[in-house]
Design a protein. Structure first.
Ligand code: 2IT
Length: 446
């Protein structure tokens, strides 16, 4: 494989799809050495096939807002790779959604799902619908209109969507209701992240954040460090940030920052149950601002226009959006003594930020390993649905813990460098790639 020529070819075919090209480049650069030790991969053109999605559905979603005005959005589902199981991955509602963003997410999802050890292929979907400021009725009408187009291309054994940015339990409920009505199919397997009374799994809402902290725990233990007493800066305040803040606090760390598009909250005394619960209220308000946290809790302060990375911390956890931590942010964190950064959002760090962290020799782990607990628990939800049973929270949590430990071990196995430094980016990419590549090879040219 020649990364340069493959990338040149992709840039020519997909000009301007920057997030997608960024995600592919990172994986190809990580796996190049290993790939070239396997002439059978080269012969089967595994990389050339793997970088393109199996198919992309694009559709128009038209709905009526509360003022009676007609609104039109774009909807997508990208079925990226089915080598190891049915397509699986979230749906993102955000005004910036476009094919490049969803292709990067679908590509990442393929390797992430492989790392979970569960049989799930990779997919992603979404819309440029902007949930900010929308009423509950508008959200419902949009979700229904979205599913009216999508339903025929998904199913419990073909493609199982879930939530992502802008899509939580409420949106999954509206989409599931519409799917059921259209498909005349009443088993519970088609979406994950469902409500607890209609096929959802305990711990799924917490799973991305909990899993991330389990991963970080293992990463720290290997380096002889601990979360106890460590200060943690988290970006975002949504579902993922909430789960991460909960588990970090439970494991003895002090969460001293959360943030939103409007600025950062400095929270020197750490989280309490009331504060963590308030994060859910912030998300449910649909206003996409974090400032009210400081109005509610006087020991916290709000600084407009600043990121979480401006706060001096031991551990930085991006939990919001891709490329939210750039090279300058990384430099600022390092200057402030940060010794661990783990992406809980997908591709939360720019390549420049990752290079800064790795050159400084601090602990760094990528989203496809750190945040895999979310989709892993979706996989556990699918298993429970298929078996028509529900596991207890403790049972799901134990399985999640085991899966995250296993992902950490895979990263160490494939990412340990001759000098002993664990390159978790390389480890995660090689481990995920090897599994998908082997499956593709064995299934022939399709
Ligand atoms: O990025 C992700 O892994 C998710 N948004 C969760 C996907 C899923 O199918 O649970």
């Amino acid at each position: 494989m020649n990364v340069k020529s493959i990338m040149a070819d992709l840039e020519r075919k997909h000009p301007g799809e920057n997030e997608y090209l960024q995600a592919v480049r990172e994986v190809l650069e990580s796996i190049e050495g290993t790939y070239n030790e396997h002439p059978e991969f080269e012969k089967a053109k595994i990389v050339e096939r793997m970088v393109e999605p199996d198919r992309i559905f694009t559709f128009r979603v038209t709905w009526v807002d509360d003022n009676g005005e007609i609104q039109t959005n774009l909807g997508y589902r990208i079925q990226f790779n089915s080598a190891i199981g049915p397509y699986k991955g979230g749906i993102r509602f955000h005004k910036a959604v476009n094919p490049s963003m969803l292709k990067f997410l679908g590509f990442e999802q393929t390797f992430k799902n492989a790392l979970t050890t569960l049989p799930m292929g990779g997919a992603k979907g979404g819309s440029d619908f902007d949930p900010v400021g929308k009423s509950d009725a508008e959200i419902m009408r949009f979700c229904q209109a979205f599913m009216l187009e999508l339903w025929n291309n998904i199913g419990p054994d073909t493609d199982v969507p879930a939530g992502d940015v802008g899509v939580g339990g409420r949106e999954i409920g509206y989409m599931y209701g519409m799917y059921k009505k259209l498909a005349r199919e009443y088993n519970t397997g088609v979406l994950t992240g469902k409500g607890m009374t209609w096929g959802g799994s305990l711990i799924r809402p917490e799973a991305t954040g909990f899993g991330a902290l389990y991963f970080v725990e293992h990463m720290l233990a290997k380096a002889g460090r601990s979360l106890k007493g460590a200060t943690v800066a988290i970006s975002g305040f949504g579902n993922v940030a909430w789960g991460a803040a909960t588990k970090a606090t439970e494991l003895g760390a002090r969460v001293i920052a959360i943030s939103g598009p409007d600025g950062v909250i400095y929270n020197p005394n750490g989280m309490t149950k009331e504060k963590i619960d308030f994060m859910l209220e912030l998300r449910a308000s649909n206003r996409n601002i974090v400032a009210p946290f400081a109005e509610r809790f006087p020991d916290a302060t709000f600084t407009p226009g600043k990121k979480a990375w401006s706060v001096k911390c031991d551990i930085a956890l991006p939990c919001a959006f891709q490329n939210e931590l750039n090279g300058d942010d990384a430099k600022e964190l390092l200057a402030n003594g940060t010794w661990c950064a783990a992406e809980v959002s997908n591709m939360g760090c720019t390549p420049e930020a990752i290079a800064e962290f790795q050159q400084a020799g601090i602990l760094f782990a990528p989203g496809k390993a750190v945040n895999a607990g979310g989709v892993a628990t979706s996989g556990l939800e699918m298993t429970q649905n298929a078996m028509h049973i529900s596991w207890s929270a403790a049972e799901v949590d134990e399985k999640l813990h085991y899966i995250m430990q296993n992902i950490h071990e895979q990263c160490v196995k494939y990412g340990t460098q001759p000098d002993g430094y664990v390159n978790y980016v390389k480890g995660a990419n090689i481990a995920g790639f090897m599994k998908v590549a082997q499956a593709m090879l064995e299934q022939g040219v399709i």
